[in-house]
Design a protein around this ligand. Structure first.
Ligand SMILES: *Cc1c(COP(=O)(O)O)cnc(C)c1O
Length: 386
C-alpha cells in the first residue's frame, strides 16, 4: 500500500457495518434458507410493522424500490396521464421518473437555501391539471410540511413525500414521510437504512391507500388468484426484510453518529471560512449527505481526489436539463437556483462508521485546497447559492 492509499478516505464504506452485522445476517439467512419462503415470508410483515412503528405511522407497505414506492403511491392516488405533479428541481431524478412512469408530468419548482422546493414558488406552479405535490426531504433534511399541506388543502391536492433520503428525520414534531398522504422510502444499500440490494416502502395513516398500494405491488391480488385490479410485481424480498429488521435496531444510533460527524464538519469548516450546510432544527437532519458548496467545485473535487479524499456530487445536472426530459422544453436558466447549485455542490465523505481521524484528513485536505487557491488568487470561499 502506498501513502495515498493508506490515507484515502472513501466517500461511503459499508465494510465495517457488514462485518459487525455478519453473524445476525447469517442467522437470518439460515432461517430463510430452511423455510425457503423467499417471497412474502413472515419477516416481510414483521419489518413492515417495525418500520411503521419506528416512523409513527399506522401502515407500512414494503415494495421493490424507492422508485416503486413513489410510482405505486401515485397510481393508488389515481394520478395518471394528463395530470401534473409538482416536484423540486433539485432531487434525484427518480422523484420525477416516478411521475413520468404513471404517465403524468413532473413540474419542477426552484429550491430554497435548504435545497428544498421553495414553498413560495409552489403556489405559482399550480395549474388546473395539478394533482399532487411531491416534497423531497433532500440530503436527509426534512422540510416543513405545514406550507405544502395548507396549499394542498386549499387546492384539493395530494401530498406524497419523497423521504428516500430521510429515514428518521423529524420536522415539526413528526417523522419525515408520515405527514402527507403518504411517505416513500428507499432501502438502496447506501441510504441511511439500506438493504443488501433494492427495496422500498410506503408509509401512510390512510388504511385505504395502504391497501391500494398492497394490491398493486402483488399483481392486484387480495388472495391468491383473486385479482381485483391490474397490479404488478414489486415486493420486498423476505431476505431483504430480514436484513432490514436487523439494521433498523441500529438506525437511531447511526443517525446520531452522522449528526456528530456533521457537527465536527460544521465546526472545522466554519473555522476555515467555508459555510456549513444550513440546518432547520437539531433533529430535522439525518445527514444522508453532507453537502457544501464551492464556486470552483470541479477543481476542488479534483484536488481532494488527488489527496485521496473521495467525494460525490448530488446532483451534477438537474432533471429538467437531462436528455430524458428534453420534452419538458425547459431551457437553461429556467430554474436558476437549482441549476446554479448543481455546479457548486460537493458531498463530503459521510457514513456512520467514518472515524474522527478520517474526518480530520478530509478537513486538512480542504484547508490545503483553500490555501493553494488563495495563493493562486482564486476566489474560493463559498457564499450561499440563494
Ligand atoms: C434513492 C432515491 C430514490 C429512488 O430510490 P430507489 O430505491 O433507488 O428506487 C428516489 N428519490 C430520492 C430522493 C432518492 O434519493
Amino acid at each position: 500500500m502506498n501513502d495515498l492509499q493508506e490515507v484515502a478516505v472513501p466517500f461511503f464504506d459499508l465494510q465495517g457495518q457488514l462485518a459487525d452485522l455478519r453473524p445476525e445476517f447469517e442467522a437470518a439467512l439460515d432461517e430463510i434458507y430452511r423455510s425457503a419462503t423467499f417471497i412474502m415470508g413472515p419477516q416481510v410483515e414483521r419489518f413492515e410493522e417495525a418500520f411503521a412503528d419506528f416512523c409513527g405511522a399506522s401502515h407500512c407497505v414494503s415494495v421493490g424500490s424507492g422508485t416503486a414506492a413513489l410510482k405505486l403511491t401515485l397510481q393508488a392516488l389515481e394520478i395518471g396521464p394528463g395530470d401534473e405533479v409538482i416536484v423540486p428541481a433539485n432531487t434525484y431524478i427518480a422523484s420525477a421518473l416516478a411521475v413520468s412512469l404513471v404517465g403524468a408530468r413532473p413540474v419542477p419548482v426552484d429550491i430554497d437555501q435548504y435545497y428544498h422546493m421553495d414553498p413560495a414558488l409552489v403556489e405559482q406552479a399550480i395549474t388546473p391539471r395539478t394533482k399532487a405535490l411531491m416534497p423531497v426531504h433532500l440530503y436527509g433534511q426534512a422540510m416543513p410540511m405545514t406550507g405544502p399541506l395548507r396549499l394542498a388543502a386549499s387546492h384539493g391536492l395530494k401530498v406524497v413525500e419523497d423521504a428516500c433520503q430521510a429515514h428518521g428525520a423529524i420536522i415539526e414534531g413528526r417523522r419525515a414521510g408520515t405527514i402527507g398522504d403518504a411517505g416513500c422510502f428507499s432501502f438502496y444499500p447506501s441510504k441511511n437504512l439500506g438493504a443488501l440490494g433494492d427495496g422500498g416502502a410506503v408509509v401512510t395513516n390512510d388504511a385505504g391507500l395502504a391497501e391500494a398500494v398492497r394490491l398493486r405491488r402483488d399483481f392486484g391480488q387480495r388472495k391468491k388468484y383473486e385479482h381485483l385490479i391490474k397490479g404488478e410485481n414489486s415486493r420486498l424480498d423476505t431476505i431483504q426484510a430480514a436484513f432490514l429488521l436487523a439494521k433498523l435496531k441500529h438506525l437511531t444510533a447511526w443517525n446520531d453518529r452522522r449528526r456528530a460527524l456533521a457537527a465536527s464538519y460544521d465546526r472545522e469548516l466554519a473555522a476555515l471560512g467555508v459555510r456549513p450546510p444550513l440546518r432547520r432544527a437539531a433533529d430535522a437532519h439525518v445527514y444522508h449527505l453532507y453537502v457544501i458548496e464551492f464556486p470552483n467545485r470541479d477543481r476542488a473535487r479534483a484536488f481532494l481526489q488527488d489527496e485521496g479524499i473521495h467525494t460525490g456530487v448530488h446532483y451534477p445536472v438537474p432533471f429538467h436539463r437531462q436528455p430524458a426530459y428534453a420534452d419538458l422544453d425547459l431551457p437553461a436558466g429556467s430554474l436558476p437556483k437549482a441549476e446554479r447549485s448543481c455546479l457548486r455542490v460537493l458531498s463530503l465523505p459521510m457514513f456512520p462508521e467514518m472515524t474522527d481521524s478520517q474526518l480530520g484528513r478530509v478537513v486538512r485536505a480542504i484547508r490545503s485546497y483553500l490555501n493553494g487557491e488563495a495563493s493562486a488568487g482564486y476566489k474560493v470561499l463559498s457564499g450561499a447559492t440563494v
